[in-house]
Design a protein around this ligand. Structure first.
Ligand code: NAD
Length: 256
């Protein structure tokens, strides 16, 4: 018997087999969940479809989260196919590369809007579209964030501001959806080498510092995150909502 037998979940954010969303999908599948995947545009489709197939995922749909029609289409499909939904994973973010290397002071209006739209507002848009389906049985939403939301991290810049907005959105959404039995939480992960992470200048340095300073004296893996995601997305955390849980080897507790 799996922890998620009979549960249905939609995963936003698989780009390749290094994606945190992919590790989460594998854990959820192992515990019995039936999954749907989305991909952000035609370039990623060819990478995502084979991964989906390997897990027996039948629903695979395009969804650029800046496109309301694509969001609506995903949830229409899930309504038709499943009638209800138990799990929504938001594991996506984007900022222009130049915003992740210059001083934060240089952030452009367009760059700021784009980063906040894709990385933070999308959680609100997806949660609203998913709410009628998640309310059927009482579901769980989780999003991915990073410590740069509350502390200044070199080059993280506008993404830190977007993650602050995302974490506060998790709290407001938890209050709105809690009345309907839907929980909303976030995982704040330590640095992991993925496609998105490679866009941050000096990323290697972040890995070195965590390895030296974190209480566990190692970097975390995608599977470390996936195990905590399983907790947040299953009934193991049935009394938990509005939280940001650190999966960072303890790095965030260290002062000096
Ligand atoms: P990744 O590159 O594998 O995943 C990022 C995903 O964002 C991709 O699937 C991409 O398609 C998606 N995306 C970008 N723009 C989109 C759009 N307009 N519409 C829909 N999807 C879009 O990298 P990852 O590291 O697995 O990132 C997943 C999440 O984890 C992100 O929120 C990231 O900020 C967060 N996170 C990553 C780290 C890390 O060090 N890797 C640490 C903490 C938090």
């Amino acid at each position: 018997m799996g922890l998620l037998d009979g549960k249905k979940g939609v995963i936003f954010g698989v780009a390749n087999d290094k994606s945190i969303a992919w590790a989460i999908a594998k854990r959820l599948k192992e515990e019995g969940a039936e999954l749907a995947f989305t991909y952000a545009g035609p370039v990623l489709e060819s990478r995502v479809r084979p991964l989906a197939e390997s897990l027996g995922v039948k629903i695979v749909q395009p969804c650029d989260v800046t496109n309301d029609d694509e969001i609506e289409a995903v949830f229409n499909t899930l309504k038709d196919e499943w009638g209800g939904l138990d799990i929504l994973v938001h594991s996506l973010a984007f900022a222009n590369k130049e915003e992740l290397k210059n001083e934060f002071l240089q952030t452009s209006r367009e760059g700021f809007k784009l980063a906040l739209d894709i990385s933070a507002y999308s959680l609100v848009a997806l949660s609203r579209a998913a709410a009628p389906l998640l309310e059927v049985r009482g579901g769980s939403i989780m999003a991915m964030t990073y410590y740069g939301s509350t502390k200044v991290i070199e080059n993280y810049n506008v993404m830190g501001v977007a993650k602050a907005a995302l974490e506060t959105s998790v709290q407001y959404l938890a209050e709105d959806l809690g009345k309907k039995g839907v929980r909303v939480n976030a995982i704040s992960a330590g640095p992991i080498r993925t496609l998105a992470a490679m866009g941050i200048s000096g990323f290697r340095k972040m890995l070195d510092i965590v390895e030296q300073k974190a209480p566990l004296r190692r970097n975390i893996t995608q599977d470390d995150v996936a195990c905590t995601a399983l907790y947040l997305l299953s009934d193991l955390s049935k009394g938990v909502t509005g939280e940001t849980v650190f999966v960072d080897g303890g790095y965030n507790i260290i002062g000096m």
